[in-house]
Design a protein around this ligand. Structure first.
Ligand code: GTQ
Length: 347
């Protein structure tokens, strides 16, 4: 292209910009790519490297002042966006003995995956549940929720969990609303274990009516998930890509626990040399047990318990292990599936 042509084009672009117009032909290839080109990049957060910093946040600010004392896991490809993928948020939340994270609700859906510590509770819509490492807990859209870590004589422990929310998705949709509960903790109307007894044993209350897309179970305990994986490792076929992988379910519908996020627990057996897959699903993994290596796109990460890593859309993912490893993960799969945009390639 001659200089005159390009400078006359530049002048033209300058003119149209004054009218809030821009030339599609300069960006068409990026706007309508041949295949997904996520801004998020594969990344890992090594828990051993950040644990001290996380605990230090407990001296920098109280849970009461912070409301939620969380270090956001920000994808290096999305600086300043408080996002781990283009649609998903992740953060490590710390709660110390004697602290309460005050009750509020918002249209963003949240999940908690307990990473370390015992004794803390979370309350969702009138019921409390005690959190244990490996438990998966949901806080559906617009449900009141508060978290606490009781002061006990023995001193208690710091409790840390991974928060997974659909914050960036709701930002894109401009659908965020939030409000605070008038007191720090919400009133409790059901005994601990009530939801699990009603919905957690492959049975449902006879007159149960499905009123929302959210699961009526809000704590999926690790002991149960681990037992299932353990049995399947011995009795079932090991998938060449995923090892043994189960998805968490809303027992009343068979669907996902919440409409915007899917969650999974998988076991990669010792000596697993997985095949590579890719998907339009973007997934965040939290390592529960065992060490291994994950190849994501051009990156190779070695992982250990409590590490978090992220596989953005359409990156090849492949696992290799030398010992049994257990991984929790969450993704935007339900959104893609609902919009018929879920594509997967399994070589
Ligand atoms: O616990 O309610 O990490 O509202 C970000 C926003 C946690 C929560 C986060 C939240 C919460």
């Amino acid at each position: 292209m001659s200089n005159t042509l390009s400078s006359s084009r530049q002048a033209y672009y300058g003119e149209i910009a004054k009218h809030n117009l821009s030339p599609l032909w300069e960006s068409l290839h990026a706007l309508v790519p041949k295949e997904p080109r996520p801004q998020a990049i594969p990344a890992i957060w090594k828990y051993a490297h950040l644990r001290d910093l996380l605990l230090e946040s407990g001296r920098v600010i109280s849970a009461a002042e912070a409301v939620r004392r969380v270090l956001i896991l920000e994808n290096p490809g999305l600086p300043g966006k408080a996002s781990i993928t283009s649609n998903l948020y992740a953060g490590f939340q710390l709660i110390l003995p004697g602290e309460i994270a005050p009750s509020h609700r918002h249209t963003q859906s949240a999940l908690r995956f307990i990473v370390e510590g015992n004794g803390a509770w979370t309350a969702v819509d009138g019921e409390r549940t005690t959190m244990h490492p490996g438990d998966f807990i949901i806080t559906p859209s617009w449900t009141w929720h508060d978290h606490g870590n009781p002061e006990i004589e023995a001193g208690g422990e710091p409790v840390v969990w991974l928060d997974g929310l659909d914050i960036p998705l709701l930002q894109q949709l401009d659908a965020g609303f939030a409000e605070n509960f008038p007191s720090d903790t919400q009133p409790i109307s059901r005994l601990e274990g009530d939801s699990f007894a009603r919905y957690g044993y492959n049975m449902l209350p006879v007159h149960h009516e499905v009123k929302s897309g959210n699961s009526p179970i809000f704590n999926y305990p690790y002991a149960r998930s681990r037992e299932a994986l353990d049995t399947l490792q011995r009795t079932g076929a090991i998938d060449a890509f995923d090892g043994v992988k189960l998805r968490y379910v809303n027992p009343a519908t068979g669907g996902y626990p919440m409409p915007t996020m899917a969650t999974f627990m998988q076991l990669l057996p010792k000596g697993f040399n997985g095949k590579a897959y890719r998907s339009t699903e973007s997934a965040v993994f939290s390592v529960v047990e065992g060490c291994g290596t994950v190849m994501i796109g051009e990156h190779a990460f070695t992982f250990a318990p409590r590490d978090v890593f992220v596989a953005p859309s359409w990156q090849q993912v492949r696992f290799v292990t030398e010992e049994d490893a257990v991984l929790f993960s969450y993704s935007n799969r339900p959104v893609l599936a609902a919009l018929h945009l879920l594509r997967e390639e399994r070589a």
